[in-house]
Design a protein around this ligand. Structure first.
Ligand code: CMC
Length: 434
């Protein structure tokens, strides 16, 4: 049944006494989907759905989120199993290609990613153009967009081989780009990638080592980071992924599309929430202040929201948050930070919010970003790098979704319509008469 769009009945809609038939599709799992694509040509009406709360923009075989039951599947595999048994590059291969690699495929993929991790040397000069205090997301977004100016041999979207090379290049170069953005902000020399290290260890090495002394990657911490990457790798048609698809639907090259995804991810309602969540925990400071912040979050006249809480799709506990919470305890244990005050605030805040009728009724639970900030801080990353790390991991999902879209025979340029409520009959006045 999987990978096939099957019809499952017909829906009827009556508009001005005329009746129209709309095919209903049955997904492998989840709610049925009504096909309204011919409604405008047949009935001369649009549908209205701000924020796409009821609209499927594509069919996909990559990721599935069951928001009611807190389930997340990558290519049919449960996120819990993947975090437990696979490494990030194995998951990247799975998302890109549809199935887990065998030993030979895995070795080939790991080697290809490892060997593409250096940046064109000239690209390092791009960084010097940014102010030293530039947000690393601004740098990351700019540098990824610039990849298309350096790697012309993988920008032909109609060539499957070039698509594959571009995908691998992006996955390989993202850690280098992100680490260089970090090093630039510190004023430290860039650190070249090392081919003998695994993906997460290499990233930590590029971020935290300096030429003056030996740096030993802590395997437990690198494994925790690898888990954080797996948890962020894909999440079906969220804002940044939809942005990547929309940008790609015009035929734009993959590097430009991923840069668009990074821009969309930056906002505090999306990937920026991990930074905002940690800021919030620091602002709350001690468990004594929690009640006051819960009150603010519930006040309809106060724009304050509990960052790291709530989700458009999850109406139960985000399964990623559960794993993140466990990983958080493991990391703080290893670092001897079990009594970290922020963790105390987070745990108490979570407990109180989960019992509060406001959060219960609105089904607001901790999401992936609630604990990730504490882990990343403990690993040594500053707050403004958090969203960059999210972008690094999500690049795998973005490029997998982009690749799927390009190969989809139903794919057309994305072009939403609107409910126009503006003026229609204004008389032009010359500037001197206004
Ligand atoms: N704190 C307090 N109230 C909230 C929160 C929150 N974190 N989230 C939602 N609500 C309330 C909201 O005020 C609204 O109340 P009412 O019905 O009285 O107007 C109701 O719950 C529904 O919220 P919504 O904004 O209509 O829901 P949405 O699906 O449009 O927004 C969300 C989802 C994630 C943007 C939102 O829950 C939020 O802003 N959360 C905080 C930011 C955050 O943690 N974002 C990370 C999301 S997970 C990572 C990712 O996917 O990037």
């Amino acid at each position: 049944m999987a990978n096939k769009k099957t019809e499952n009945g017909t829906a009827y809609i009556e508009i001005n006494n005329a009746r129209y038939e709309l095919p209903i599709y049955k997904p492998s799992i989840g709610p049925n989907v009504i096909d309204i694509s011919k409604l405008y040509s047949q009935a001369n009406v649009f549908t209205y759905d701000p924020g796409f709360t009821s609209t499927a923009n594509c069919s996909s075989t990559i990721t599935f989120v069951d928001g009611e039951n807190g389930v997340l599947l990558y290519r049919g595999y449960k996120i819990e199993d993947l975090v437990e048994h696979a490494d990030f590059l194995e998951v990247a291969y799975l998302l890109l290609n549809g199935e887990l690699p065998n030993k030979i495929e895995k070795a080939e993929f790991d080697e290809a990613v490892t060997k593409h991790s250096m940046l064109h040397e000239q690209m390092s000069r791009f960084y010097q153009g940014f102010r030293r205090d530039a947000h690393p997301m601004a740098i990351t977004c700019g540098v990824i967009g610039a990849l298309s100016a350096f790697y012309h041999d993988s920008t032909d979207i109609n060539d499957p081989h070039q698509r594959m090379v571009a995908s691998r290049r992006l996955i390989a170069k993202m850690p280098t780009i992100a680490a260089m953005a970090y090093k630039y902000s510190l004023g430290q020399p860039f650190v070249y990638p090392r081919n003998d290290l695994d993906y997460a260890s290499n990233f930590m090495y590029m971020c935290f080592s300096v030429p003056t002394e030996e740096y030993k990657v802590n395997k437990v911490l690198a494994d925790a980071l690898d888990k954080v990457f797996i948890l962020h790798a894909d999440h079906e048609q969220n804002a940044s992924t939809s942005t990547v698809r929309l940008a790609g639907s015009s035929g734009a090259n993959p590097f430009a599309c991923i840069a668009a995804g990074v821009a969309s991810l930056w906002g505090p309602a999306h990937g920026g929430a991990n930074e905002a969540a940690l800021n919030m925990l620091e602002e709350i400071g001690t468990t004594d202040n929690i009640t006051q912040y819960i009150k603010k979050a519930k006040d309809p006249n106060d724009p304050f929201r509990l960052m790291g809480f709530g989700h458009r799709v999850y109406k139960s506990y985000d399964p990623r948050a559960k794993i993140m919470q466990k990983t958080c305890h493991e990391v703080l244990d290893v670092l001897g930070l079990k009594n970290d005050p922020l963790l105390k605030v987070a745990m108490e805040l979570e407990k109180i919010a989960l019992e509060d009728p406001y959060f219960v009724e609105k089904k607001l639970y901790p999401n992936v970003d609630f604990y990730s900030g504490i882990i990343l801080k403990a690993l040594g990353f500053p707050k403004d790098m958090f969203t960059v790390l999210f972008a690094l991991a999500r690049t795998v999902g973005w490029i997998s979704q982009w690749k799927e879209m390009i190969a989809d025979t139903e794919q057309r340029i994305g072009r939403p319509r609107q409910l126009y409520i503006g003026n229609i009959d204004k008389n032009f006045k010359k500037i001197q008469d206004r």
